[in-house]
Ligand binder design. Structure first.
Ligand code: WT7
Length: 648
């Protein structure tokens, strides 16, 4: 079935076909005007589609820095993800399809009924261990069904989960456990990645010193022996085996904290982004439904890890609240060969595929023969997220994967927004390479200059969001209300949320995102502050000073490049570079490894001693360095030009 057709006048523009419009939840562009006329009423209507134990009394409270949605309403995210479908007689529908990395290992398939049992047992166990509403629970799990089950079990009883990406180091995990004050950690013995067995438990153990964690629940995934502390550690399967199959979902206030997810800001320390229950549920439910046009027969495959917001919203809560089957893949896209993702799509008859531009660019490099081996005709909608997509990757995805039949929904959003905010809708269009689309109905996004004044059509500026703020927008940074105000409302005040992205808009209102305007990088879809990498590198005893900037990369989008000043007496060497890489692995994880490390005598500084990263960035990108006369040490720029092979 063809879901899109080309625009007769504009090259590479596509529009939905009648078939797509007929299937789409929304196909009339009037929805944008209707929602814009009264966004609060729009969201109230959306909220009526999920289940509330008690209806809200006030839809939106417009208070500076303390906006709230569906105040007085009571609901539960897990009830909306699972129970409502079981109660509607759909308990035997498939909820979760787990694809382990080893290709010969069987799938685990959970129906909504099965999921209710699994989630209930763990929720009951958590309660028995003394976990109460509001308590923080760390989750450090690979991509196994228990990751979804653990998140669902937490929100079911009102505990606040904080999921940490399993490829993050022990140090990163510790920071997050300390900051959130987690009392319990759920982890696993290990997992499989690129055919290798990887132990996770020893890393979790290392992270626990200095935290408030009292108990550790360990999922047996690999069966490989790992250290267990008999006083502290509990095997998941033993723990839940005696628990009851049903745990009622706790009625939570709409503004009760649902979870904390740490993300990179511009400093060395990640921030705990808080999401509350009602607004998050409503926007995630609605955007999952409208962006991907989810119907009950859909098989939704989101490739993001549960450690990222995409995994939270569009692998777990969004698809499940919509009653579809969600695919969870444990491993790497290139194992056992480059065709794995396409093989999974064929095997499970996937209809919606949601991935990152970085992944698409990798597939482009691996060659067309891999997707061509598989039957991808079940696909209806393709999505991308995480970074701007280049035209080449977009067209490849559109042609090779979508067979020129499927719309590409390029969704712009952030950990902070919790749910997608800017995208084209499959029944409305248009679908244009490198252009995300219009702000979702009911969301007021615009592009302004440094003074907060809207720029003209086609001009570059800053992407901001106006009140009423989107229901899922973060309510704050855990433990740091001042930082919340300064970070997002410091530039333009409390009535303009600043996304930190540059963008431009066409006359139709379609937005093209041009990238971050702060010191945040997007490395293979992973958000990372240059300051975090600097922080990690400066832990090495021979490092005196370090500056990290990003450089574009064909596959990963951006990669970090480090300029390192060594302490007196230390000698630069290839071995030292390797040690520095290890230091980054230790303090952050391999995703943050610099692509290049330059040992330098000096880096450009202002008279007040601030490192001018702007100049380093221009040097590694071959861009004009601009005026350097105000530097304290302009002479070092020539030396750096030679070192990096500058051809600007
Ligand atoms: C930053 C947020 C949202 C889940 C994954 C990333 C960039 C995100 C797009 C897109 C261009 C995008 C922005 C944003 N970004 N989606 N479709 N087109 N850029 O979440 O780690 O919080 O990063 O990712 O720069 O600010 P995140």
């Amino acid at each position: 079935m063809k879901w899109v057709q080309p625009d007769p006048k504009r090259e590479n523009w596509y529009w939905p076909t009648e078939a797509m419009k007929a299937r789409a939840w929304v196909s009339d562009p009037k929805i944008y005007e209707e929602a814009a006329a009264d966004p609060v009423a729009f969201w109230a209507k959306r909220a009526e589609e999920i289940v509330w134990f008690q209806k809200w009394s006030e839809t939106y409270v417009d208070e500076p820095y303390a906006y709230k949605w569906f105040v007085g309403g009571k609901l539960n995210l897990s009830y909306n993800s699972i129970d409502r479908h079981v109660e509607a007689g759909k308990g035997d529908k498939v909820a979760l399809i787990w694809e382990p990395e080893p290709p010969d290992e069987p799938n685990r398939i959970l129906t909504y009924k099965d999921l209710l049992v699994e989630v209930s047992r763990l929720a009951n166990a958590l309660k028995r261990l003394g976990i109460k509403k509001g308590d923080r629970v760390g989750i450090y799990l690979p991509m196994i069904p228990e990751a979804v089950i653990a998140m669902q079990a937490c929100v079911r009883i009102g505990a606040v989960h904080t999921v940490v990406f399993s490829a993050f180091s022990a140090e990163s995990l510790r920071d997050r456990l300390v900051d959130s004050g987690a009392r319990l950690l759920i982890t696993a013995d290990g997992y499989y990645r690129r055919g290798k067995l990887i132990d996770l438990k020893p890393q979790a153990d290392q992270a626990l010193t200095g935290t408030k964690v009292e108990k550790v629940i360990v999922v047996r995934r690999t069966g490989h022996p790992v250290p267990m502390d008999p006083k502290r550690d509990l095997w998941y399967h033993e723990l839940v085996s005696g628990e009851k199959d049903y745990c009622p979902a706790e009625p939570l206030d709409s503004e009760d904290l649902a979870f904390i997810l740490y993300t990179s800001g511009t400093t060395g320390k990640p921030k705990g982004v808080m999401h509350t229950t009602g607004g998050y549920a409503v926007q995630v439910y609605t955007t999952a439904k409208w962006d991907f046009n989810l119907h009950e027969d859909d098989v939704h495959f989101c490739t993001a890890d549960v450690g990222w917001i995409t995994g939270h919203s569009y692998l777990n809560y969004g698809p499940l609240m919509n009653g579809v089957a969600t695919v969870v893949y444990e491993g790497s896209p290139d194992y056992p060969d480059f065709g794995r993702m396409w093989q999974i799509i064929e095997k499970h008859k996937v209809t919606v595929y949601y991935t990152a531009p970085t992944a698409i660019r990798m597939h482009v490099k691996w060659g067309d023969e891999w997707p061509k081996k598989y039957d991808l005709s079940t696909l209806r909608v393709l999505g991308t997220v995480g970074e701007p997509i280049n035209e080449e990757a977009w067209l490849w995805y559109f042609k090779l994967i979508g067979g020129e039949r499927c719309p590409i929904i390029d969704t712009w959003w952030q950990t902070e927004t919790g749910a997608t905010c800017v995208q084209a809708l499959p029944g409305i269009g248009p679908f244009i390479p490198t252009v995300a689309g219009r702000p979702f109905p009911g969301i007021r996004a615009k592009i302004v200059d440094a003074g907060g004044t809207p720029v003209n059509v086609g001009e570059g500026g800053y992407l901001v969001i106006e009140p009423p703020f989107p229901p899922a927008l973060t309510r704050g940074l855990y433990g740091d209300p001042e930082k919340f105000k300064a970070t997002y409302f410091g530039e333009f005040g409390p009535r303009l949320y600043f996304t930190k992205d540059g963008a431009r808009m066409d006359e139709m209102g379609n937005i093209r995102i041009t990238g971050r305007v702060d010191d945040v990088m997007n490395v293979a879809g992973h958000r990372l502050a240059t300051a975090e990498v600097e922080d990690a590198l400066s832990q090495h005893p021979l490092v005196s000073e370090v500056a990290v900037v990003s450089r574009p990369d064909d596959i990963k989008g951006e990669v970090p490049v480090a300029f390192v000043l060594l302490k007196a007496g230390a000698q630069p060497s290839e071995d030292l570079k390797k040690e520095l890489i290890k230091t980054v692995d230790k303090y952050i994880g391999p995703t943050a490894r610099p692509a290049e490390i330059y040992f330098v005598e000096d880096v450009p500084k202002t008279r007040s001693g601030k490192i001018m990263r702007r100049i380093l960035k221009a040097l590694v990108r071959g861009e004009p360095v601009g005026d350097i006369t105000t530097l304290r040490n302009p002479e070092c720029v020539e030396e750096l030009k030679r070192l990096v092979g500058y051809k600007g």
